[in-house]
Design a binder for this molecule. Structure first.
Ligand code: SF4
Length: 343
């Protein structure tokens, strides 16, 4: 890595950050619990979407001990709609481990990495922002900014590139300003050196240093490895209503959306006649079809193609849990893939 160029980004970034940083709720202090929670929530999720969840989460679990003591069902309910539910499970595991050690966070990246569910990025963010360690936190924003500043056209989404960049950045971390430097790099990537469309080079504090800008290669960078295609799965869902009660069932404890709740479903896209045949004999009484809607949901590696039949029935067989609107809202975590058909 071109260490000379990297050395030149420190001062402009530190001067730019205090004037241009967004006013975000998790930046009110540098409490490790707040930084950790926000960093986990922000992975794969937009800032605007996270704000409401962050506030609700802190209200329900204001500290590590409260989070550790939260029943899993309640935790999943709080997380409902945020996606990537393993993040919530890992938060829980980590909160329990932290509670066991008296509720305090380790102060170094190396020690933070020993906690369950804390990876290289999160450990670097907590260590630098909360404890002023020269520990890089390399996320997609940082990879993009650095690939452009250095005009580096190697694929950035490889362990080797991330490791090399982490080490190169850690060599330039400014003593006493490590937290600001971490946040400034991320902030520049989120607001100026943006991922979709042209970067705003005219407003960039690194405009004078940036090799991609000088060589007009910004839009070709960062280079990424070709993506593996998503596996496609088809499912038919049933929105079964008996009065104001709706049938739901719990997903298996392992696998995709493990342990969360769903509308009754069966593999494949059933025609109306096939759906009727499937439901007959399940003890639902008199069935009446109200609507049929197609939808879908995209996960990292899988794409669901969904068809949902809404039906009314006159009996509530106990193969499913039946819940009214209030109970459904308060108690059962129904991911967006299913919730889209409730409205
Ligand atoms: S000058 Fe442009 S390409 Fe270079 S870091 Fe700034 S916004 Fe990104």
């Amino acid at each position: 890595m071109n260490q000379d160029i990297l050395n030149q980004i420190v001062s402009p970034l530190l001067a730019w950050f205090p004037k241009h940083k967004r006013d975000l709720p998790w930046r009110a202090d540098r409490e490790p619990y707040h930084v950790w929670l926000s960093e986990i929530m922000l992975q794969q999720t937009r800032v605007e979407a996270v704000k409401g969840y962050y506030a609700r989460f802190l209200k329900a679990a204001p500290d590590v001990f409260a989070l550790a003591a939260l029943p899993e069902e309640q935790l999943m309910k709080l997380w409902e709609g945020l996606g990537y539910y393993n993040r919530a499970r890992n938060l829980h595991r980590c909160a329990k481990a932290l509670a066991d050690r008296g509720g305090t966070f380790p102060r170094t990246k190396t020690e933070l990495l020993k906690l369950p569910g804390i990876g290289d990025y999160t450990a670097g963010a907590i260590a630098s922002i909360c404890f002023e360690e020269a520990a890089a936190a390399v996320d997609g924003n940082v990879l993009r900014v650095c690939a452009r500043v250095l005009d580096d056209d190697r694929p950035v989404d490889t362990p080797q590139f991330k490791k090399e960049l982490s080490e190169a950045l850690e060599a330039i971390y400014p003593k006493g300003h490590c937290g600001d430097f971490t946040q400034a790099l991320m902030e520049l990537g989120a607001t100026v050196c943006v991922p979709n469309g042209a970067p705003k080079c005219g407003e960039c504090p690194l405009g004078e240093v940036c090799l991609a800008r000088a060589r007009n290669t910004m839009l070709k960078l960062p280079v990424k490895l070709p993506k593996r295609g998503r596996r496609q799965e088809e499912h038919t869902l049933f929105l079964l209503r008996c009065g104001d009660q709706i049938a739901v069932e719990q997903r298996p404890r392992i696998g995709l959306l493990a342990g969360l709740w769903q509308l009754p479903s069966t593999p494949g896209l059933l025609s109306e006649a096939e759906a009727g045949a499937y439901l007959s004999g399940l003890g639902l009484g008199e069935l009446q079809l109200r609507s049929a809607r197609d939808g879908g949901h995209i996960f990292t590696h899988i794409q669901w193609v969904l068809r949902c039949y809404e039906l009314t029935c006159t009996q509530m067989p106990d193969r499913w849990v039946w819940a009214g609107p209030e109970e459904l809202a308060a108690r059962y975590s129904l991911p967006t893939a299913f919730r889209q058909f409730l409205n």
